[in-house]
Design a protein around this ligand. Structure first.
Ligand SMILES: [Fe+2]
Ligand SMILES: [Fe+2]
Length: 363
């Protein structure tokens, strides 16, 4: 039977659930953002809004059909794995932060928007699949991604941290905002690090003028992830700076720093194994492995830098210092392409402005 909350909370409820009461929720005043960055990010996010339906993916069918079966498999598995990770981020990654201790109302609003965009990202891979694959292959792709043991182990790492019950007893012992900071750091591991690994096969093919419209979707996602990683990393830094004066939490923060360092190193190792295993499905992709591992290191270092300390990624050694120029050039999310609905959309896609027809137009 449902509990009648008008009669008060059930016995023992408050010990189990760290709840906030209605009286603690203040109206969010956007005329006075907590920090200028909150308004900047809100404006950036809302002006960057996009939907996959605007990108005419069927232009890619010809180059898709010319790919060998192994390469198709690698691309398909990368995108299905990304779907799984974006689903995780939409369901847990951003939502677990938005009402956490220490998060301001403006950050919470931005995190709500991030949550929605993660769902758009997850949805966009299905648009790619429905264009390039028959339905039985789509079913197979999702089944394979859902059964991917290495990916599942990475997801277990994220989910346990997001739910505050990291098997390492660190999370359970963290008070209020420090636990929020740990979750934010974990989120940056996805936003700035692992997502990008999944983008590699499409970026590589786009550099050879293959799957260019699929790559446009990937660049739109990358444009979002760049904002997400930077902003959530900034929340982590803010919480760390605010705690800097507090001697009592110094030990906790050094443990969080070790956690971040270990996480980057461990996720690198698992992802390296995935790349080496899956890229071997194709003779073409096998040759990509050294550069893909460089790109993996590059993004691990990006995660460290978004968390405010490049030393977090010091255990990655030289990985990331020698990414091919071909891939680095694909990272530009600002292209000069002139897109509209009819000619094909891309990362430079802007929603057109509408102007009423007047009599003068007919002269
Ligand atoms: Fe995403
Ligand atoms: Fe994201």
């Amino acid at each position: 039977m449902l509990h009648d909350f008008t009669q008060g909370l059930p016995e023992g409820f408050e010990e189990i659930y760290p709840i906030r009461r209605g009286s603690t929720v203040a109206a969010v005043d956007w005329n006075k953002p907590t920090r200028p960055i909150d308004l900047d990010v809100w404006s950036k996010q809302t002006s960057n809004f996009w939907l996959p339906e605007k990108i005419p993916l069927s232009n890619d069918l010809k180059s898709w059909n010319l790919l060998d079966e192994g390469t198709q498999r690698v691309v398909t598995h990368s995108l299905a794995s990304l779907t799984r990770l974006d689903t995780l981020q939409a369901e847990f990654g951003a939502p677990c932060l938005l009402s956490s201790p220490g998060i301001t109302p403006h950050e919470s609003a931005n995190l709500s928007f991030i949550t929605g965009m993660e769902a758009v990202h997850a949805r966009s891979y299905s648009s790619i699949f429905s264009t390039l694959l028959p339905s039985d292959k789509i079913d197979e792709a999702f089944k394979l991604a859902n059964m991917d043991g290495l990916l599942s182990s990475e997801m277990d790492y994220f989910l346990t941290a997001y739910q505050g019950s990291q098997i390492d007893p660190l999370a359970d012992s963290l008070p209020g905002p420090t636990l929020t900071a740990m979750k934010a750091a974990t989120s940056v591991m996805l936003e700035s690090f692992l997502f990008y690994t999944g983008f590699y096969p499409v970026l590589k093919l786009a550099a050879e003028a293959k799957l260019t419209n699929t790559a446009d979707i990937i660049r739109l996602i990358m444009r979002d992830e760049a904002v997400h990683g930077f902003y959530i990393g900034g929340i982590f830094e803010r919480l760390r700076e605010e705690a800097a004066e507090d001697d009592e939490t110094a030990d906790i923060w050094s443990r969080i720093a070790s956690y971040v360092e270990d996480s980057i190193e461990s996720l690198f190792a698992v992802e390296k194994q995935r790349i080496e295993e899956y890229y071997s499905w194709s003779d073409v992709c096998k040759d990509w492995i050294p550069d893909a591992l460089q790109f993996l290191g590059y993004n691990g270092k990006m995660a460290g830098s978004n968390l405010g300390d490049s030393d977090y990624a010091k255990n990655l050694g030289d990985y990331g210092d020698n990414v091919s120029a071909v891939i680095l050039s694909q990272l530009s999310t600002v292209s000069d392409e002139n897109h509209d609905y009819f000619s094909g959309s891309g990362s430079a896609y802007v929603i057109g402005t509408v102007e009423s027809v007047t009599d003068d137009d007919w002269d």
